[in-house]
Design a protein around this ligand. Structure first.
Ligand code: LLP
Length: 431
């Protein structure tokens, strides 16, 4: 469900025509619907109403301050993976008591900052990290609340780059070794064991991997509790998928029922780290057609193929190039046009720079606007300035209002942190 719909043929976000945003702010631009964000959060939260739970929005999906604040205003906590995210989360109103911190490579300054802020817990991914946290907490005369992120060796059946719960992945501590590490952690003076954590992957469209992982985590929690450890939180990570094309992921209810069932009877608070399911379909990348040109390749069904060259590229939305992901592309104004087969490509100097391939689309022409759908998650957050392209603007819509929530970068922004080496700047006289 989302609020990007057609009114009299023209695509709007809530009550604002996308064309108006493109004219006012320029393109490429990310557009987010506040109503969709709130709706998704509320549906997810209600699904877990029957059990004690904390939703920690996984801000890596989209770290824009207005997005985070939309959720923190509704009571959300935040799942972070860096000191940068910690700082942004606090600035956007996240209470530290609802911040969980995952990641295999936490650096000293990041651990210091998280301890200083008093976060809910560190999801620790190795014995050495546990030692580092204990040591830093001792120096700061603090006690660090931790859970171990366990790797349950479950196949999430998703893209290999975003699978995290398999034995071969770098994430977590193998579930078979976890008890030993928990016992070690429990003896440290500056560590307080408070939970168990697990995250098996992203864009999961089946319930069974969640069930398998939850079952294994439950068995571990039971064992730890029998050993007298005070496990108060079970963090089950994120990963619930969304519909990009024709996937039918479990709905939040089914997902919540599965998780609630797995931990029934345990006196724990369940922590959820949803990212994509909250923001994915709440955003589009709005782009304008620059040029078209014929391709030498056939487009199937006896049709010629075309290149649609647009002003957004893989630096703005990396997912199609990186994972071969599908994003629907919708013309913003639906004028009756014949259908053609096209590769939708950006201006970047790589053949891997495409937003869609072999796509049947209306024959768009120069100046037309198109919306790249479901781009709210891992869109702007993975964008770069490759080819010295300033990062795009971001806009949030609420009802009939829209506001820029991140300005378009300027060319000056690209070079601001750069310095010319002094030995290059000085003119050599001895030439
Ligand atoms: N928790 C942890 C520890 C994670 O690593 C992730 C995502 C999440 C929660 C949130 O997962 P979600 O609910 O969004 O599936 N760039 C990729 C996705 C990478 C996911 C990384 N971790 C993509 O564009 O598909």
């Amino acid at each position: 469900m989302h609020h990007f719909v057609r009114k009299r043929g023209e695509m709007v976000c809530e009550d604002v025509p996308l064309r108006r945003i493109a004219d006012a702010v320029g393109t490429p631009v990310y557009v987010y619907s506040h109503a969709t964000l709130s709706h998704h959060y509320t549906v997810f939260d209600r699904a877990f109403a029957g059990i004690p739970h904390i939703i920690c929005y996984s801000m890596k999906a989209n770290p824009n301050g207005s997005i985070i604040r939309t959720f923190t205003n509704l009571g959300s906590g935040v799942d972070i993976v860096s000191g940068g995210e910690l700082s942004r989360a606090i600035a956007a109103g996240a209470p530290p008591s609802k911040i969980v911190y995952s990641g295999v490579g936490k650096m000293e300054w990041e651990i210091v900052e998280a301890l200083r802020q008093g976060i809910l817990m560190f999801n620790v991914e190795s014995r050495q990290e546990l030692e580092a946290i204990d040591d830093i907490a001792r120096r700061m005369r603090k006690k660090a609340p931790i859970s171990l992120r366990v790797n349950p060796d479950v196949d999430p059946k998703t893209h290999p780059y975003i699978s995290t719960g398999l034995k071969k992945n770098k994430f977590g501590i193998h579930i078979g070794q976890a008890v030993r590490d928990y016992e070690w952690a429990a003896r440290r003076r500056h560590i307080e064991v408070v939970g168990v954590d697990c995250h098996i992957g992203s864009q999961l469209t089946e319930i069974s991997p969640f069930l398998d992982a939850a079952g294994r985590v439950r068995a571990l929690v039971d064992r730890l509790m029998r050993k007298g450890l005070d496990i108060r939180f079970v963090d089950i990570g994120g990963g619930l998928g969304i519909t990009y094309q024709d996937e039918i992921p479990p709905d939040p209810r089914q997902y919540a029922d599965a998780i609630a069932g797995a931990f029934r009877g345990l006196p724990v608070t369940i922590i959820l780290e949803p990212g994509r399911v909250l923001v994915g379909n709440a955003g589009v990348l709005l782009t304008r057609m620059l040029y078209t040109k014929p391709s030498q390749e056939a487009g199937g069904k006896g049709k010629k193929k075309q290149f649609f060259i647009v002003d957004a590229a893989m630096n703005d939305l990396a997912r199609p190039s990186l994972y071969g992901s599908f994003h629907a592309i919708e013309p913003v104004t639906a004028r009756p046009r014949r259908k053609v087969v096209a590769d939708v490509v950006g201006p970047i100097c790589e053949s891997g720079d495409f937003l869609a391939r072999d796509r049947e689309l209306p024959a768009l022409v120069s100046g037309d606007l198109a919306a790249v759908m479901s781009a709210g998650a891992y869109g702007f957050s993975m964008s770069s300035t490759y080819n010295s392209r300033p990062r795009s603007a971001e806009v949030m819509v609420s009802g009939s209002r829209f506001e820029v929530v991140r300005e378009r970068e300027s060319v000056r922004d690209l070079t601001r942190p750069e310095r010319t080496a002094s030995f290059l700047a000085r003119r050599r006289r001895d030439r």
